[in-house]
Design a protein around this ligand. Structure first.
Ligand SMILES: Cc1cc2nc3c(=O)[nH]c(=O)nc-3n(C[C@H](O)[C@H](O)[C@H](O)COP(=O)(O)O)c2cc1C
Length: 396
């Protein structure tokens, strides 16, 4: 867990950083907070201290037991996060001005730095601010761009404080291992829908959560991630490019289109095995006691992939089974020519479908098998990537 020094400046969004401090604390991160004088006009140090379980510092000259705050804090932190960053402090930081605890600490800090500028759109687009932010970037700062939207004063434009989830993501990315940098990762996730008539379809019980966590985990490690998603109710992970598809046929087309690009292919989608042969143009009426659907096999996407895959492309399948999970997964690993397969038992109610948790066995082409015991899907995804990393380097 990282030691995060959260610095808050006097913008209207200062109150939103309270929740950021709280989220960092919940994740088990150690947090200390610096507030500028102006920041204390928008949110109180007491609130920050209570929500983040953190000591809050506001005055460089109020030393404790002879400790010089700016040098001590700059040595303590793993990452400095300025959220929100005002135009005023951006100007000071870009010029090396050190006239308060935050600017002094930033100047002394040698680790990774993240700034989250947030202000009125005209302040943000003013060439002076644009230049200051560019200068900060050139000096090694990571800048998380503000969002578009309604601003505090009723205007609309770029300048809004971004979602705290995106800031947390950036903290993870910056402090993370960076070991998938420049690797192109293609992920499929979610169910498919096979139409019966204009109002009905056949689908399967997949929330898409595991695939989305795989996409997010790869992005955090600086991969380029392209996510092909069936219909799900999930937010696109920050920084991930997403293409939405519905049917298994659309999923297949989308995957084949990206095969040349991909270095790692993670097939986590639950693709229908069968689809109706005839799609009724009109809604099928409830006129008879029985209705027989004539079904045909859908295309086998993993098989299609095996025909076009290029050397050193690492392909991972998922096997959700209700019985003989490991045996079935081993068979699929071999028959589809995969490098790795992730097997899970979907009969269990405490993991799998819709759950935040999973428990899986990772089977590798060379016979290695790793059991990942019940954990949050985000942790399972991270562990799977660790295994992918070691096996990928062994590819001929
Ligand atoms: C109501 C109000 C809202 C403000 N909101 C912002 C803001 O969102 N972003 C910004 O850059 N400055 C904003 N300012 C201006 C800063 O508070 C001002 O520049 C201050 O000197 C910043 O000090 P600091 O950078 O030391 O925190 C606001 C000022 C007021 C009065």
């Amino acid at each position: 867990m990282a030691k995060v020094l959260l610095a808050v400046t006097g913008g209207i969004a200062a109150y939103k950083a309270i929740d950021l401090g709280g989220s960092l604390r919940k994740r088990g991160e150690e947090v200390r907070v610096i507030m500028t004088k102006a920041a204390t006009r928008f949110a109180t140090p007491l609130t920050f201290s209570a929500v983040s379980a953190a000591t809050v510092y506001t005055d460089a000259f109020e030393t404790e037991n002879g400790i010089i705050l700016h040098t001590t804090l700059s040595k303590w932190a793993d990452i400095l996060v300025v959220a929100p960053l005002t135009a005023n402090t951006a100007a000071k930081l870009s010029d090396g001005i050190a006239d308060n605890l935050l600017t002094m600490t930033a100047l002394a800090f040698e680790g990774p730095k993240l700034a989250v500028p947030s202000m009125n759109v005209r302040m943000y687009e003013n060439p002076v601010t644009v230049n200051n932010l560019l200068k900060l970037q050139r000096n090694g700062w990571n800048i998380l761009e503000p969002s578009y939207g309604h601003l505090a004063d009723g205007e609309y434009g770029k300048g809004r404080y971004p979602e705290n989830d995106n800031i947390l993501f950036e903290i993870d990315r910056i402090t993370g291992p960076n070991d998938f940098k420049d690797v192109n990762v293609l992920v499929t996730a979610g169910p498919t829908q096979e139409p019966i008539d204009p109002v009905r379809y056949l689908t399967n019980r997949s929330s898409g959560k595991m695939g989305y966590e795989m996409a997010k985990a790869a992005k955090v490690r600086n991969a380029n991630v392209y996510l092909i998603s069936g219909p799900v109710d999930l937010k696109t992970p920050y920084g991930v490019e997403r293409k939405d598809v519905k049917s298994s046929e659309e999923m297949k087309e989308a995957v084949l289109e990206k095969m040349e690009w991909a270095d790692v292919v993670i097939m986590a989608a639950a693709v229908a095995d069968y689809k109706p042969v005839f799609i009724s143009e009109q809604k099928i009426k409830k006129n008879s006691d029985e209705l027989n659907l004539h079904m045909a096999k859908t295309s086998d996407i993993l098989m299609e992939i095996s025909k076009v895959r290029r050397p050193r492309q690492f392909v991972i399948g998922f096997a959700a089974e209700t019985q003989n999970a490991l045996e079935n997964a081993k068979h699929k690993l071999k028959s589809k020519g995969l490098d790795m397969i992730i097997s899970n038992d979907v009969m269990r109610t405490d993991i799998g479908f819709d759950s935040e948790y999973n428990e899986v066995t990772v089977l590798c082409k060379n016979g290695d098998a790793v059991r990942l015991s019940r954990n949050k899907k985000c942790s399972i995804a991270k562990n799977i990537l660790d295994i992918v990393k070691t096996h990928r380097v062994k590819l001929p």
